[in-house]
Ligand binder design. Structure first.
Ligand code: G3H
Ligand code: 13P
Ligand code: NA
Ligand code: ZN
Length: 328
């Protein structure tokens, strides 16, 4: 059944669990997520970015969401717009059947220029005012994602802020978070504490210097009833880096967000955990393996089925680790 983000995260808060939000662009990813949710008896958030909407078409996404609800009627599914860049994008997502939207006003509509306070409050409030009239949930973002190691935004990965950022921009200010939630009435708040999108988050195993989990703890103390969202939460597992590189890939060594740190976040108000990169890597590892071991193969099902299974396995592991399992 279709469920809103607010309904799902209220339940998660009441029962002390987190919900992974997995990105989709195609049927294989949608089916992998649902198979994992079914296998672990979990509710789930499926999210699509503007890039996914352009890739797959809104009509295709709409019907895929209907299809998964029909195939798995017992699994609660929230369909969420990831990183909406302006109110129009959010409204057209709602028209396509999304039950939740992110208005990311931490950046201007160009998706790369850090926004000021008034802009962020204004666009976010415009969306909550409209969406809430129709019972649709809204996620806002305060603070800019990027690396505390280098001070750089994550634009290299095609997403997020361009250029050098200050620590003030890279870490959400708890006082401002309180004010932002009061002014915008968002259902969930994404915060910045050192994660970035993509595979290249950290050049070493992260510690408190470069992954500032204490910021989450402080914000949760000040806003105990607000559902917090962690973006850039792929763990970039070593085994997935290894399989990609063993079969012809060239990914430089990198570190992501350890699952234990996400679990610590979930103890401190984090309810939505965004994961895309790990699933991309899980699929790519299998596709590389099948094609390199079977160079004569040309039936897409021969590599997409193992790719789907690897993504299902990863999704199921996160659903278990975040205690989403058993909550459907
Ligand atoms: O926010 C980043 C997500 O991984 C979506 O990425 O914009 O390339 O679809 P995308
Ligand atoms: P990753 O790139 O770490 O998977 O983050 C995904 C994300 O935050 C989507 O909004
Ligand atoms: Na989002
Ligand atoms: Zn994100």
């Amino acid at each position: 059944a279709r469920i809103t983000l607010r309904q799902l995260l209220d339940h998660a808060a009441e029962h002390d669990y987190g919900v992974p939000a997995f990105n989709i662009n195609n049927m294989e990813q949608a089916l992998a997520i649902m198979a994992a949710a079914d296998q672990t008896d979990s509710p789930v958030i499926i999210q699509a970015s503007r890039g996914a909407r352009a890739y797959a078409h809104d009509v295709m996404l709409k019907h895929m969401m209907d299809a998964v609800s029909e195939i798995y009627p017992h699994i609660p599914v929230c369909v969420h717009l990831d990183h909406g860049n302006n109110p129009q994008t959010c409204m057209t997502a709602i028209q396509s059947g999304f039950t939740s939207v992110m208005m990311d006003g931490s950046l201007l509509a160009d998706g790369k220029t850090p926004a000021d306070w008034d802009y962020n409050v204004d666009v976010t409030k415009t969306v909550t005012d409209m969406a809430h009239l129709g019972g649709i949930s809204v996620e806002g973002e305060l603070g800019v994602l990027g690396s505390l190691e280098t001070g750089m935004g994550d634009k290299e990965d095609g997403h997020g802020a361009e250029g050098k950022l200050s620590h003030d921009q890279l870490l959400t200010n708890p006082d401002e978070a309180v004010k932002f939630v009061a002014e915008t009435k968002v259902d969930a708040l994404a915060i910045a504490m050192g994660t970035s999108h993509g595979a290249y988050k950290f050049t070493r195993q992260p510690d408190g210097e470069i992954l500032a989990m204490h910021v989450i703890e402080e914000i949760h103390r000040r806003l105990p009833d607000t559902h917090l969202v962690m973006h850039g939460s792929s763990s970039v597992p070593q085994d997935l880096q290894d399989i990609i590189n063993r079969y012809g890939g060239e990914m430089p060594q990198t570190w992501g967000v350890p699952v234990e740190e996400i679990q610590r976040g979930i103890k401190n108000g984090v309810r939505k955990v965004n994961i895309d990169t790990d699933n991309r890597m899980a699929m790519t590892g299998q596709i590389r393996k099948v094609l390199s071991e079977n160079p004569g193969e040309f039936d897409p099902r021969k590599y997409l089925k193992p790719a789907r299974e690897a993504m299902q396995k990863l999704c199921a592991e996160r659903l278990e680790a975040f205690n989403t399992a058993g909550q459907a």
